[in-house]
Design a protein around this ligand. Structure first.
Ligand code: ATP
Ligand code: MG
Length: 143
């Protein structure tokens, strides 16, 4: 299996619930290497740009309002098979449907406020990581 990168975001509900350490611990225990991590506040514009594929969907406005409602923690991750393994670790979008032991099942309240983001493909992982991190920042930490 190939080494891949994927983007995690600890969403504003994760930060508000004081779960940054707990969720990051799950990610690290699952074998992901953290290449970059920062705390940022998205605006409606930057959240809308990040989730542009969902523009026009019924939940888009709610999603943008939520993602810009407080601080987020984007984390660039690296591991063999990172994209699929991270999606498995976080569980289904709606915590009601998520498997036991997954991050969303353990910590999320509902489909809208679901604690974490995860890239859905290797290509999107690259695009999404570059939304928050320069390659220089990541290479510098890759040892
Ligand atoms: P993410 O992209 O955040 O990792 P995902 O890939 O599991 O989540 P998507 O279908 O890409 O799910 O939806 C993006 C986000 O939009 C979801 O994580 C959730 O916060 C929100 N969302 C999606 N569908 C709904 C819905 N029906 N109602 C409310 N919010 C939704
Ligand atoms: Mg998605």
């Amino acid at each position: 299996m190939a080494i891949e990168r994927t983007l995690a975001i600890l969403k504003p509900d994760c930060v508000r619930k004081q779960l940054i350490g707990e969720v990051t611990s799950h990610i690290q225990k699952a074998g992901f290497k953290i290449l970059g991590m920062k705390m940022i506040r998205l605006t409606s514009e930057t959240a809308g740009g990040f989730y542009a594929v969902h523009r026009g969907r019924p939940f888009f406005d709610e999603l943008i309002k939520f993602m810009s409602s407080g601080a987020c923690v984007p984390i660039a991750l690296e591991k063999e098979n990172a994209v699929a393994d991270y999606r498995k670790l976080i569980g289904a979008t709606d915590p009601k449907d998520a498997e036991d032991g997954t991050i969303r099942k353990l910590y999320a309240d509902n489909k809208g406020e679901n604690i974490v983001h995860g890239s859905d493909s290797v290509d999107n992982g690259k695009i999404e990581i570059s939304y928050f991190f320069s390659e220089r920042e990541l290479v510098a930490n890759n040892s």
